[in-house]
Ligand binder design. Sequence first.
Ligand SMILES: NC(=O)c1ccc[n+]([C@@H]2O[C@H](COP(=O)([O-])OP(=O)(O)OC[C@H]3O[C@@H](n4cnc5c(N)ncnc54)[C@H](O)[C@@H]3O)[C@@H](O)[C@H]2O)c1
Length: 259
Amino acid sequence: MRLKDKVAIITGAAMGVQGELMGIGGTTAWMFAKEGAKLVLTDMNAEKGEKTAAQIRKTGAEAVFVKHEVSSEDHWKKVVAVTVEKFVCLDIIVNAAGTTTGSTVERTTLEQWDTMMDIHAKGAFLGMKHCIPVMKKSGGGSIVILSSTDGMIGGGFSAPYAAAKGANRLLARAAAIQYAKDNIRVNSLHPGEIDTPLSRWAVDQVLDSGGDDPRLDWIPMGRLGTSQEVAQSIVFLASDESAYMTGAELVIDGGIIAK
Ligand SMILES: NC(=O)c1ccc[n+]([C@@H]2O[C@H](COP(=O)([O-])OP(=O)(O)OC[C@H]3O[C@@H](n4cnc5c(N)ncnc54)[C@H](O)[C@@H]3O)[C@@H](O)[C@H]2O)c1
């Protein structure tokens, strides 16, 4: 019960349906529930989001789902309003909503650029803007922003994705300084190659069917990470176990960055 009675908003939490491959947000939702948190799960995929929340409720945990486009300020206002109405306070935000697009600078359309920036950079910014006032009233909190190893080293797969994830990283650091005295901690998490619905979809875009997974070659540990391995670190950053950590960048990548 490392998160007992903590109220948490998790975005991008729809891929948490039992029996299916889960994403990082979905797996985090299950782990948070097991650790005693009260959950507001959000995603633009309402069907799977509702299903995930219903399955979690069956275990006895408290979980509501709100349909949410993270780049919409009005949607964020609604998510915060539902949270306060249902649980009164707010202790944790996990920004796990995301998508990607494989693209060089020249091939990137303005629409693709805006989409990457809107979901990752604007989404995390709006979340903080509207949640921090409630966190202040709650006595503090922990914000975890899913960046990526691409947000540190760039990576060649997608210029707009790397740029947006780099924005996540420095947004977290700036906010960490601005809200340290309010007892609000902000940390970024940098997964490498994790086996999730999103990453399987992304690899399918570049692979001929039946080809070998190109990611395994550049991972020193020689395997993909699991969403459980990332979610465990999110529990750590969300909980009081990381009480003296803010503005930190936690890398979970099987050794990619070390190369
Ligand atoms: N899987 C990886 O290898 C990897 C590596 C580094 C970083 N990340 C980041 O971690 C986060 C979670 O990734 P994942 O692979 O677990 O994804 P996932 O498989 O859980 O899918 C992402 C979820 O985000 C939701 N979503 C997408 N756009 C949205 C929007 N505009 N508003 C609301 N919801 C939206 C989708 O519906 C989906 O449920 C993402 O930010 C991703 O960029 C993933």
